[in-house]
Design a protein around this ligand. Structure first.
Ligand SMILES: [Fe+2]
Length: 232
């Protein structure tokens, strides 16, 4: 995907988070130029991959298949902070989905932080790692409820769903809901989870690239989480 699209979606995310009253840590605003003066005191940000994470999963269709995330905290064996938890904010444009996937070990809560509604669909994985039609039981804000495989489940602002390892999931902003920015509507979801290892823990149902190739059609405004240069 193009760098200009990466930077545009980050600007939209910053605008939306501010609109709904979500305040961000300083590193969310640091530019490529700002990073020139950051030394080893910022190694936790580099090694735990905190910051902006934008991808079209290598599919070239960002409006339909993509993600814009801001990792606020995470543990990593590289940095060795001892943190065994993670938190992210996710921009949910109307109808923009990630590919169907599940996690090997990460358990995550997906929380609607505001804007509009989030639609989620879920499937139990079979022994080949593909979707099964089996119905399941889920936890929404501490309440156990029956769920029919693949059904569209709506989370309104404030609601959250617990997604255990092995549960296939996909969620997106509901069409016609959310904060209007430059002709499109957006919701914000939050993810609170165990440590997130985006290199090893994701199982995609179709081949895709978690960190996609960026076409440098303009100078980058922000580094993405996997692009930070080492401290000088
Ligand atoms: Fe996930």
């Amino acid at each position: 995907m193009k760098r200009s699209v990466v930077d545009q979606t980050i600007e939209t995310a910053k605008e939306l988070f501010a609109t709904i009253g979500l305040h961000l840590p300083p590193f969310a605003f640091w530019t490529v130029e700002d990073w020139q003066s950051k030394g080893s005191e910022c190694d936790e940000i580099r090694d735990s991959m905190l910051g902006w994470d934008v991808t079209d999963f290598g599919q070239g269709n960002f409006d339909q298949l993509g993600r814009t995330l801001l990792t606020l905290r995470n543990g990593s064996s590289k940095y060795g902070s001892g943190k065994d938890y993670a938190e992210k904010l996710i921009l949910d444009p109307e109808n923009q989905k990630p590919p169907l996937h599940f996690h090997r070990s990460k358990m995550e809560d997906i929380i609607n932080r505001g804007g509009g509604n989030i639609i989620i669909r879920l499937f139990q994985a079979n022994d080949k790692g593909q979707r099964s039609d089996e119905d399941l039981t889920i936890q929404i804000d501490g309440q156990t409820t029956d769920y029919k495989a693949g059904k569209h489940l709506r989370l309104e602002p404030g609601q959250s769903l617990c997604i255990p390892p092995g549960l296939i999931h996909q969620f997106w902003g509901e069409q016609g809901t959310g904060v209007l920015i430059r002709g499109k509507r957006y919701t914000v979801s939050g993810e609170v989870s165990r440590t997130c290892d985006d290199w090893e823990d994701n199982c995609w149902l179709e081949p895709c690239e978690r960190f996609c190739k960026i076409e440098e059609d303009k100078p980058a405004q922000h580094y993405l989480v996997h692009e930070y240069p080492s401290a000088q």
